[in-house]
Ligand binder design. Structure first.
Ligand code: PHE
Ligand code: FE
Length: 288
């Protein structure tokens, strides 16, 4: 079928919204852009990204030059955790996304950000999707969590709680922090693929860093247009898997129909706070 992407392209996609990556069509300039983004992040990430992420980069040979060919990348990833990477031209509808995850397929953008938007763009491109997400998929526990998330999404459909489930994805898969013996580290894809947020999320005294609490986090709004005002911290990926390895039914009963959400800068008395932020950055208007 034909769809129109948010970047204004009209594209023929399969039923599951996938396309051929058309890897041969990337220009030398685009491969070079990947290399520059890659080098820039890799300079920052030692001591910032968690070991599991760094291991994933190595195991998947993501340091090879150029935009990865999804077939070759998938062949390596599948041997490790059974996941594959498929190409999509844009964000896909929720049910399609859940179906991909539930079947251990990660949909990744088939385009790279333009040169003028090297630092920030809202559409997930191949750098965010592959550099940000795929290394964690090489980690067995995280790989299981992502599949469970897809299955959970399929079960949640029709219950009016997709917004709550999206918050879980956002605050863990995209913007999660993990407290290790060596200190606070990043595992969220939205952070590791961004130069400025890699620094802000760990070093700034503006955002709150609060310990992961499933229900509390599912009741909290997030921002899509700027740095997060709160990062949620886990102690281990086992903690994340354990917290979500339960029937969400009773939780959904409590959440359903509850339209009031906490603002992204809320701190409650019951929260386990790792650092209470000043919120100066957001209160001064953020990047605007
Ligand atoms: N346990 C959840 C359910 O019962 C599924 C889920 C797992 C959701 C992991 C998100 C993350 O629906
Ligand atoms: Fe993402």
């Amino acid at each position: 079928m034909l769809i129109k992407t948010r970047l204004g392209r009209t594209v023929e996609v399969a039923e599951d919204y996938t396309v051929d990556q058309e890897w041969e069509h990337f220009t030398a300039e685009e491969h070079d852009r990947w290399d520059r983004l890659y080098a820039r992040q890799c300079k920052m990430l030692p001591g910032r990204a968690c070991d599991e992420f760094m291991d994933g980069l190595t195991k998947l040979s993501l340091s090879d030059s150029g935009i990865p060919n999804f077939i070759e990348l998938s062949d390596r990833l599948e041997k490790l955790t059974g996941w594959r990477v498929v190409a999509v031209p844009d964000l896909v509808p929720d049910d399609v996304f859940f179906d991909h995850l539930a079947n251990r397929r990660f949909p990744a953008g088939n385009f790279i950000r333009p040169e003028e938007q090297l630092d920030y763009l809202q559409e997930p491109d191949v750098f965010h999707d592959v550099f940000g997400h795929v290394p964690m998929l090489a980690h067995p526990v995280f790989a299981d969590y992502m599949e469970a998330y897809g299955q959970g999404g399929q079960r949640a459909g029709g219950r009016g709680v997709l917004k709550n489930l999206a918050r879980l994805y956002w605050y863990t898969v995209e913007f999660g922090l993990i407290k290790t013996r060596d200190g606070m580290r990043i595992y969220g894809a939205g952070i590791v693929s961004s130069k400025s947020e890699s620094i802000f999320s760990l070093d700034s005294d503006c955002p709150h860093r609060i310990h992961f609490d499933l229900e509390r986090l599912m009741r909290t709004d997030y921002r899509i247009d700027d740095f997060q005002q709160t990062y949620w911290v886990i102690d281990s990926f086992d903690e994340l898997l354990k917290a979500t390895y339960q029937d969400f039914g009773p939780l959904y009963d409590r959440l359903e129909g509850d339209v009031t959400a906490y603002t992204p800068d809320t701190v409650l008395d019951n929260d386990t706070v790792h650092s209470h932020g000043t919120q100066l950055y957001a209160n001064a208007g953020g990047r605007l």
